[in-house]
Design a protein around this ligand. Structure first.
Ligand code: SAH
Length: 352
């Protein structure tokens, strides 16, 4: 933490328009904000004295009144398959995790947007520990800042960001929107919208407004093709049932050739039957939706299991035969408990 602490204004987590607004109060031109933004997100500066292309006067003002927050990972675990899991301790002692998934040329970071999660999906490790609070944009983006800096040191680049870590991003829209603004800005991370994916359990009223504001990709956790089963697995379905969720998915504007993803976590004996596959195929047929089949990643005390390879293939083949584009997600990082929530559960949510 920067000395002087919390009463200083934190520049991390502000969007570029917010930073421009902020600096204009001292009569500073717009390009000054772009310079500061670049220093923070492209050159990983945490200290104003490093910002040598700013005037001495401006550096002085910033150093006296502002700070650039940041925290290192408290723990890093590397899987045999190259997946890296990071545990971050926030300034108030709470903990969140994110996972870096290298895959050929891609470096995909799966980030958290809330400490814990209020949605309580029965199969998810994050829900078990309950909901603590929303993360700020400074905290959300710090996950990307920390990992991008590490990648730069080994001449690699963060290429994709997915909001599939802890929490429900669409229950924290203001801070998630700021983060997306920083990720997409050419003066920030400069990542294209198609490489930033917001994953939601289906908070229907927030989906279209966010899609209209930012050209990001959407993934929606479907997990069951019938309302009774989905409500059992995902209580949020009682509020936003399948029909409304699929309708909202169909409304998302898409550039040609692109699709919204429907995530479907396969739970052995629960949602992996032939009837389930046929129902899912009927539900999505004709829509520009592709299915992401995710074999369940088991965690301690969970009653659920992943289906065997044969069941998974049968399920997939039914979807494909029904004309639904289907991708099976490889299980990664199993040896480092990369299913969301697991590392935090073990490390303890809050240090006393
Ligand atoms: N709240 C958001 C984002 C976080 S969950 C959402 O629901 O989409 C991200 C994805 O991980 C969801 O599709 C969820 O169904 C899935 N998931 C959660 N726990 C899992 C586990 N143990 N194994 C496999 N996938 C899991």
């Amino acid at each position: 933490m920067t000395s002087g602490g919390a009463e200083r204004i934190d520049l991390k987590g502000m969007t570029l328009p917010e930073l421009e607004e902020f600096l204009s109060r001292w009569g500073k031109e717009r390009y000054r904000a772009r310079q500061v933004f670049r220093w923070i997100y492209q050159r990983h500066a945490d200290d104003f004295s490093a910002m040598t292309d700013l005037s001495k006067e401006l550096r002085g003002i910033l150093a006296a009144t502002c700070r650039i927050s940041g925290f290192p990972a408290e723990r890093i675990e590397t899987s045999a398959d190259g997946t890296e899991k990071y545990l971050f301790r926030l300034e108030d002692g709470e903990a969140v995790e994110c996972v870096l998934i290298p895959d050929e040329g891609r470096r995909t970071l799966c980030i958290s947007s809330q400490v814990g999660c209020p949605l309580q999906c029965g199969f998810c490790a994050t829900g078990e520990a309950g909901f603590r609070r929303n993360m700020t944009s400074a905290e959300i983006v710090q996950q990307a800042c920390f990992v991008a800096k590490r990648l730069a040191e080994r001449e690699e680049r963060l290429s994709n960001v997915v909001f599939m870590g802890m929490g429900e991003p669409l229950l924290n829209v203001p801070e998630v929107s700021r983060t997306i603004g920083i990720l997409l800005s050419q003066f920030g991370f400069g990542i294209s919208g198609k490489r930033v994916t917001v994953s939601t359990a289906g908070i229907v009223p927030e989906m279209l407004p966010l899609a209209l504001r930012y050209p990001v990709s959407f993934a929606v956790s479907i997990n069951a093709a019938r309302d009774d089963l989905r409500s059992l697995l995902m209580p949020v379905n009682r509020r936003y049932p399948l029909k409304e969720v699929v309708h909202a998915m169909r409304q998302i504007p898409l550039q040609s050739g692109r699709k919204v993803s429907a995530e479907y976590v396969l739970l052995s004996g629960v949602n992996d039957s032939t009837e389930d596959a046929l129902a899912l195929s009927r539900l999505l047929r004709g829509a520009r939706i592709k299915v992401n089949l995710i074999p369940y990643n088991p965690h301690t005390a969970s009653p659920y299991r992943a289906p065997d390879a044969e069941t998974l293939n049968r399920f997939r083949n039914i979807l494909v035969a029904g004309g639904v584009q289907t991708i099976t997600r490889q299980r990664r990082g199993a040896d480092i408990r990369a299913a969301c929530g697991q590392l935090r559960a073990e490390a303890g949510g809050k240090r006393s």
